[in-house]
Design a protein. Structure first.
Length: 132
């Protein structure tokens, strides 16, 4: 039986999850992403911060480029790239609407903190810049 109402689908999914022995459940289908966990289940993958990718041999602290709002991050740069002031470092997708994220200052990308498809919140660090 196909369900068309997302709320009905989620209720049915929650009901099945509660009846199952599963400790956690993560589903990504079309435009919907759902995570459920019982106490002791896996951490929410939509809130985990990935390990930083850093340029070898750099010890200086970088200037962070922060998320302007909540959404799914898509980087448009790589570690080691040089970014000019106003340069695009990526985009944030909210309900299919993409917003470019630009750097106020220039520099070299030291680390990409938020990976492709990561859910970021307002003021989360997306990348670290070092003075060029």
């Amino acid at each position: 039986m196909a369900l068309d109402d997302p709320v009905t689908e989620l209720r049915a999914l929650l009901d099945q999850f509660l009846k199952s022995p599963c400790s956690d459940l993560f589903i990504r289908s079309g435009e919907m992403t759902v995570f459920m966990a019982r106490p002791g289940g896996a951490p929410n993958p939509m809130q985990q911060q990935p390990a930083q990718l850093a340029v070898p041999g750099t010890g200086a602290a970088g200037a962070p480029v922060k998320a302007p709002h909540l959404g799914l991050f898509e980087p448009a740069c790589s570690v080691g790239d040089t970014i000019h002031p106003g340069g695009r470092i990526g985009s944030i997708d909210v309900l299919g609407r993409k917003t470019d994220v630009v750097s106020e200052s220039g520099g070299r990308i030291m680390a990409i903190v938020a990976g492709t498809g990561d859910l970021v919140e307002f003021d989360d660090t997306l990348v670290e810049l070092a003075a060029a």
